[in-house]
Design a protein around this ligand. Sequence first.
Ligand SMILES: Cc1cc2nc3c(=O)[nH]c(=O)nc-3n(C[C@H](O)[C@H](O)[C@H](O)COP(=O)(O)O)c2cc1C
Length: 364
Amino acid sequence: MCFYRSFIRPLLFRFDPEQSHYLAHEVIAKYLPLIASFAKKFIYQRDDLQTVFFGKTLSNPIGLAAGFDKNGDLVHALKYLGFGYAEIGSISAQSHEGNPEPRLWRLPADNALINWLGLNSEGAITIAEKLATSKFSLPVGINIVKSNKPDIKSDTAVEDLLFTFRTIRHLPILYVVVNISCVNTPDGILQETNILASFLESIDRENPNKLPILIKLSEDGNDELIEKIVEIGKQFSIAGYICGNTSRQRPPLKTEKHIVDGIENGGLSGPPIKQLVLPLCRKVYQLKTPDQIIISNGGIANGQDAYDYIRAGSSLVQLYTALVYEGPSLVRNICEELSSLLRRDNLTLSQAVGVGCSKRASVS
Ligand SMILES: Cc1cc2nc3c(=O)[nH]c(=O)nc-3n(C[C@H](O)[C@H](O)[C@H](O)COP(=O)(O)O)c2cc1C
């Protein structure tokens, strides 16, 4: 019997989804010593899933996806949920309260969420100051995004992103992600690839510590857009890509149609989007250069899901929604299952990356 699913989840699910999110935050942040005493229960102990990412050894390839700890409040505690690394953000230059509530919905029949948060952020300066005095319990990546103000566009959009980058670049972080794929703002996913190109060109000069830069891609982008972005990524030698984000699409769901239709706007996450993100991951694996890496997220809820993404070309994976439904033992369970799948197929983690893809197309 799973204690979280039987007792904690029913309690949390009595609250409004956003309220229970902040309740979970408080528990994780405040009751760290107690959580730490359970650490053995939640942390995968073997070293067969250790992986080296840009020179840093991660205890396992399962990370916390962006959005759960938007403002960097939990970096001291996230290790105790078993993650090998965590992504903080999205962080924008300007603080923003996000869209009006309600803006987060559960679809329990699908173990899914729809969110229309709209990039609520405390703003880069506040978060960077907080992170500068925080004790990181695990390696941390930072996800940056253009401020959610539609009047910030073109050159000012590049300046806005650069401001955030300059504000966080001195922190002891593993990587920086540029989120160009949020579906929950009036801007939507970035179509003007020249903004991305200008930003990456400037970053080349603004990155003295040579922090690895990744781009977060959307499964909602068409093939032409994805190809263009990967081409730009090659031109500026970026470190890699995060495949996918929440989706505006509504693949077949078990949740009743009138409930889904009643939620007008928002990005879907959880198991139903895996079928959308896996093809994106395979596509990017074919397009990218061999030294660029892929981190994937989208409906990862068990070891088989993680293994599917790794076989599709991902070196690391991330999750958010499954944590809400499965609780703190999720990551350890995923690691155990992933480890046994690798043993079954007689592969190491690094050998498994991309084995499920057809032979790589020759890349110029
Ligand atoms: C409530 C919520 C908020 C999110 N906020 C962000 C965000 O600020 N920045 C971002 O890049 N992705 C954000 N995401 C997307 C996740 O990082 C992830 O890409 C997506 O949820 C798919 O993974 P999952 O199916 O494991 O949840 C958010 C997702 C959820 C559910």
